[in-house]
Design a protein around this ligand. Structure first.
Ligand SMILES: Cc1cc2nc3c(=O)[nH]c(=O)nc-3n(C[C@H](O)[C@H](O)[C@H](O)COP(=O)(O)OP(=O)(O)OC[C@H]3O[C@@H](n4cnc5c(N)ncnc54)[C@H](O)[C@@H]3O)c2cc1C
Length: 503
């Protein structure tokens, strides 16, 4: 008897998984995960991503076993792997979630579709986010997102039937990073994957950690606890966006009820959860840009900015930025934190990119690939849209050049975060932390940090670079051809909450 194939990609869960539940009600099933070397060994991939996947599929496999099924694990090029499964089991239908990832996965999906068509095997791809496939008009997108998020959750099947021929078949094993030619940064403190971990993070955020989310999300001192830390779980599909949305709404309802009853609660809860809900929709808003225009992985969203930085890439600056050796303590602390933990909060990501793009005048493409490897939650749709926005090449967003000095005063005035990740500066007084090179020779000796020896001199003068970058970017932004191009970008990608005239 032919089988229903559930093709797992970045949706590694059993809960609220419509393809799984639909397949299970249609006949005997095989659930499949494929290690694809072309994705794993690509420039934007890292061993930490693979570890997270492995932790996720270990739990997925045991959950599927509990439902009477198993997870088949294979490695190879698609659709060759499918051909092997089809030879053995005769695939009646393929069930999967729609995926908006990178150009490699896009090309892979095209090959799989062509193969399935030739074999007369239908593929059913169901949405897993608020991203709308073949969207023709950005107007009304937010209402569509809301409609999807408020749909009821899908229960996992109570039992999954397996084909009889499965008995003598090798299910395949989890494969570690050393079995691939994959890039690897050494991490010391990184989140682990899996459906149960995702629920733990969500519960602790909604019930305790999230109370001061709105006020504490921007400082790297507080953000690692006060932010949800769900991004990697969302990126690998350990939890559905709809589940997060539903649970957040229930918690908001509960808080309102408790307030009515006079229960003492942090007054900031409702504002915090309202900010959190907005960000859930931003996730899909940004991914929609990649879905509608996959070329933003490689090209400026606004082509009027082409040529702005391409010819001036300074490799020494880039290396210093990558290694956390720019001589600007907060920039360096962020980069070094990322090396260890694979995560940093939004404001610090924006500052890192702003520093690379404006102060170092680096084209966004190489920094983007480097950060893709470092971010455990790498999600190309958000990543490339944000990188382009923070480097000022969309034409539809306010240009924000973050001062690496002011950010210290605003976000880490006591140097708690800086001292943790830049231990060379541990004994320096707060007043010198933003610009330790301003210490005189005696102070450097006294505080045990010789600039240029223990900690680098600033690789650029931030004020000179700021002025140069501001002038260049504003000059191009106001040019008539840029404005015309920006209007097109807005029509295709712009958030309808902020009209073009206000940008
Ligand atoms: C240059 C740059 C690159 C980024 N690259 C990524 C990336 O590859 N993957 C990624 O998930 N996020 C990315 N972000 C967005 C944001 O920084 C992270 O989503 C957030 O820091 C993750 O932590 P959290 O889960 O605790 O977020 P929370 O603040 O708790 O937010 C909850 C969820 O909302 C979504 N979200 C939050 N902020 C944003 C935002 N500004 N844009 C879009 N979605 C958002 C994420 O899914 C996040 O998990 C990037 C931001 C910048 C400035």
């Amino acid at each position: 008897m032919a089988i229903q194939l559930i093709w797992y990609k970045r949706d590694l869960r059993v809960s609220d998984h419509l393809p799984l539940t639909c397949a299970a009600t249609s006949g005997p099933c095989i659930a499949l995960y494929v290690y694809e070397p072309e994705l794993i060994e690509a420039d934007d991939s890292d061993a930490a991503h693979l570890d997270f996947v492995n932790q996720s599929i270990a739990e997925l496999r045991s959950n599927l076993r509990r439902l009477g099924s198993d997870l088949f694990i294979r490695a190879g090029q698609m659709p060759d792997v499918l051909e092997g499964i089809h030879d053995k089991f005769d695939i009646a239908k393929i069930w999967a979630h729609e995926e908006t990832f990178n150009n490699i996965s896009y090309q892979r999906d095209q090959r799989v579709r062509a193969w399935a068509k030739a074999k007369h095997i239908p593929i059913v791809e169901l949405p897993q986010f608020g991203v709308v496939r073949r969207l023709t008009d950005r107007n009304g997108w937010a209402a569509k997102w809301n409609q999807r998020m408020t749909q009821p959750l899908t229960d996992p099947p109570s039992r999954i039937e397996s084909p009889e021929s499965i008995a003598d078949c090798d299910r395949g094993n989890i494969r570690n990073a050393d079995q691939f030619k994959v890039n690897s940064f050494k991490r010391t403190n990184i989140q682990t994957g899996g459906e149960s971990k995702a629920i733990e993070y969500l519960d602790s955020f909604l019930n305790s950690r999230g109370a001061n989310y709105r006020g504490e999300m921007s400082s790297p001192v507080t953000a690692d606890v006060s932010c949800s830390r769900l991004s990697s779980y969302i990126a690998y599909g350990n939890i559905s966006m709809r589940t997060i949305h539903h649970r957040t709404n229930s918690r908001i309802k509960e808080i309102k009820e408790l307030k009515k009853q006079g229960t003492p609660l942090d007054s900031t809860w409702l504002q915090s959860l309202s900010s959190f809900k907005s960000r859930l929709s931003w996730h899909c808003h940004f991914m929609q840009k990649m879905e509608d225009e996959p070329s933003i992985e490689f090209q400026n969203m606004n082509r009027a900015y082409d040529g702005l930085r391409e010819d001036q890439f300074n490799d020494e600056y880039f290396d210093a930025w990558c290694q956390g050796q720019t001589g600007y303590p907060l920039v360096d602390a962020c980069m070094r934190a990322l090396h260890q933990t694979g995560w940093i909060n939004f404001r610090m990501r924006a500052m890192l990119v702003s520093f690379a793009s404006y102060h170092l005048w680096l084209h966004w493409r190489k920094p983007a690939t480097y950060l893709a490897r470092l971010f455990l939650d790498y999600e190309p749709g958000i990543h490339y849209s944000q990188i382009q926005m923070q480097s000022g090449v969309t034409g539809i967003n306010t240009v924000r050049i973050y001062s690496p000095i002011k950010q210290v005063a605003d976000q880490d005035p006591q140097g708690i975060f800086i001292r943790k990740y830049v231990p060379e500066l541990a004994d320096i007084p707060d007043k010198h932390l933003a610009e330790p090179h301003q210490m005189n020779a005696m102070e450097q000796t006294f505080y045990g940090c010789k600039i240029g020896v223990d900690y680098p001199k600033p690789i650029v003068d931030h004020l000179t670079q700021y002025k140069m970058a501001r002038d260049r970017i504003h000059q191009i932004k106001k040019a008539p051809q840029t404005r015309a191009e920006s209007n097109k970008v807005y029509l295709k990608h712009g958030s309808r909450k902020t009209p073009m005239s206000k940008r």
